[in-house]
Every structure is written in C-alpha cells, then in structure tokens.
Design a protein around this ligand. Structure first.
Ligand SMILES: C[S@@+](CC[C@H](N)C(=O)[O-])C[C@H]1O[C@@H](n2cnc3c(N)ncnc32)[C@H](O)[C@@H]1O
Length: 293
C-alpha cells in the first residue's frame, strides 16, 4: 500500500469513534459547497465542442482555446454556424491550416468532399479571403441529397439514433438514406453570400462521389488542401484514391471523421496500400489531419 494511504489509515485509527460519526454527519448535513469559478476561467471540454450547443453559445464570449487570431475565427464561425455540423476545433484549426499554405507557398486548390450545407467550405473561403491575395479555386462535392447507405463495416450504434439507419439497412447501396440531406443552394448561399467568395473560383459537383470524383480528378489539377468529410468507408476511399495523388507535397489532408469506424478504416487501408505511415495529427476527438510529404 502506498505510504500516503498507510499514514491516512493510521491517522484515522487515532480519531475516536464518536468524533468519526460527527465528521460523517457534518458532511451529510452541510455538504461542502463547490468553489465558484469565475466565468472567464470556465473550461470547455477539449474533446468535441459542438458550436450550436446551447451551453457553448451562451458562453461563447468565454470560449478561448489559444488559436492565433481567435476573435476573428470566432466571428467567422458565428457567421456560418447554421450551415455546419463541424466542431469548434474542426473549424478553428482550418484558419491555421490555410495560413500555413500561404506561408509555405503551397499552391493548388481547396477541395471538400462532403460539403452538405457549406459551413466548413465557407469558413475555408473566409480564411482564404483573409490570407490570400490570389484566391485559390474551390471544388466542392456532395450528393446534396444526403448520405448513401453505409456498409456493414461502417455501422456504429449512434447511426440508428442520429441518422435513422439500422444495421440491417447497411448494404452499401448508392441510394439516398435521407440522413444529412441539404441543398446545393445552402452551400451557394454560404460561399457567395456569407463568405463573399468570387463565383468564378467555385465549382460544384453534385452526385455520388463514386461517379463524380474519378471523372473530376482528371481535370481539377493540383490540390493544396483536401478536406474529406464523407463519413463513410466508400465515401472516403474513393476520394483518397483519386484525389490524394493530386495533393501537392506539403499540402494538407483533413480527415473530419477519423472517429467513425469506416472512415478511419478507409484511411488506414489506403496509407498501407501506398506504403506510408503518416503522423495523423489530432485536432479533436473526431477531426484529424496529415501533411503530405
Ligand atoms: C457530415 S456531412 C458534411 C458536413 C459539412 N462539411 C459541414 O460543414 O457541416 C457529410 C456529407 O457527405 C455527403 N456524402 C457522403 N457520402 C457521399 C457520397 N458517396 N457521395 C456524395 N455525397 C456523399 C452527404 O451528402 C453529406 O452532405
């Protein structure tokens, strides 16, 4: 037994029985009060800060985790928050990633596979407006009719409750499930009305990645930042296979759904297939990224 525990036990033995009872009763009648923490010292959980959560919004002004230009980042996030389901860290980290591209002259476009309502894409566009004189081109991919059927290997318990997809339904068919449905117009509003990005610098690819990505990869040229946000095994795999080779050395591959079984499996299989063991940087419990050598 560690010596501290031993000495506590020895000391307790010395307290007379009646005194022990009084201490116990006092604890029950007057339970110790929590020490009040001033709001500016409140600490948010570092795992996953859901920006649209009521508590987070209520305490928004106190949210500060140490990103450079965090007030600017927070203002930008507030503008697009109704267009995204990405976490605070997942969004905020995009600012330093875009700045890194500029500081290191990593040329190429910004590609997002899984744009949904356009929030994360619009935020990247805002940071590009902020950091780049010559604006990079955006290529945005989505079915804009929600997720297709996951495969069995994608299935996780939350899918039933959050997406209404049961394990039996996971057959990998390219048919809309209705989960995460959004319209292309949502993304256009976010890119052009909120981020004010030049229209000639944004290209939309509507349809299943399995159909759009292989074809588009022949013409989109080099990529500086590839943001994978398709949630599922096949949706991640097809994008890695066709778009990873286009990422310039020093470019970034953001994997929004590292915490989802199928997505992580697709990434790990792909890394093994091409013989790399990249350092997978942790942004939060869900979002991770790698830098291409
Ligand atoms: C989590 S959402 C993207 C979130 C978005 N980036 C944001 O800022 O909130 C995932 C998106 O991927 C799309 N998606 C997943 N698999 C797809 C596939 N195989 N083909 C086309 N779209 C797909 C879904 O339609 C959905 O809009």
């Amino acid at each position: 037994m560690p010596s501290v525990l031993k000495s506590i036990r020895e000391n307790l033995k010395k307290i007379p029985f009646l005194q022990k009872i009084i201490i116990l009763l006092r604890g029950c009648i007057f339970p110790p009060k929590p020490i009040p923490i001033p709001p500016e010292n409140h600490c948010f959980p570092s795992g996953f800060v859901e920006i649209n959560d009521q508590f987070v919004q209520k305490n928004w002004e106190h949210l500060r985790v140490g990103y450079d230009e965090e007030s600017y980042i927070k203002e930008s996030i507030q503008l697009i928050r109704s267009h995204t389901m990405v976490s605070y860290h997942g969004l905020a980290s995009l600012a330093s990633q875009i700045k890194y591209l500029k500081d290191n002259n990593i040329s190429g476009s910004v590609v997002e596979t899984g744009t949904c309502m356009g929030g994360s894409a619009a935020l990247m566009a805002m940071f590009c407006q902020h950091y780049f004189k010559e604006k990079p081109t955006f290529y945005l991919f989505d079915s804009w009719c929600g997720l297709p059927q996951p495969q069995k290997k994608d299935y996780m318990d939350f899918m039933d409750k959050n997406w209404g997809i049961t394990e039996q339904e996971c057959n990998g068919c390219l048919v809309p499930t209705g989960a995460l449905e959004a319209s292309q117009q949502d993304t256009e509003d976010a890119m052009f009305k909120l981020a004010n990005y030049p229209k000639d610098k944004v290209h939309f690819y509507k349809g299943w990645f399995q159909d759009t990505v292989p074809q588009a990869s022949k013409s989109i040229g080099n990529i500086a930042l590839l943001r994978l946000d398709g949630d599922l095994y096949e949706s991640t795999k097809v994008c890695l296979e066709h778009l990873y080779p286009l990422v310039n050395p020093g470019g970034i591959i953001v994997i929004d759904d590292w915490c989802l079984k199928g997505c992580r499996m697709a990434c790990e299989e792909f890394f093994e297939q091409i013989g790399i063991k990249p350092l997978v940087h942790h942004v939060d419990v869900c979002t991770h990224y790698i830098i291409k050598n």
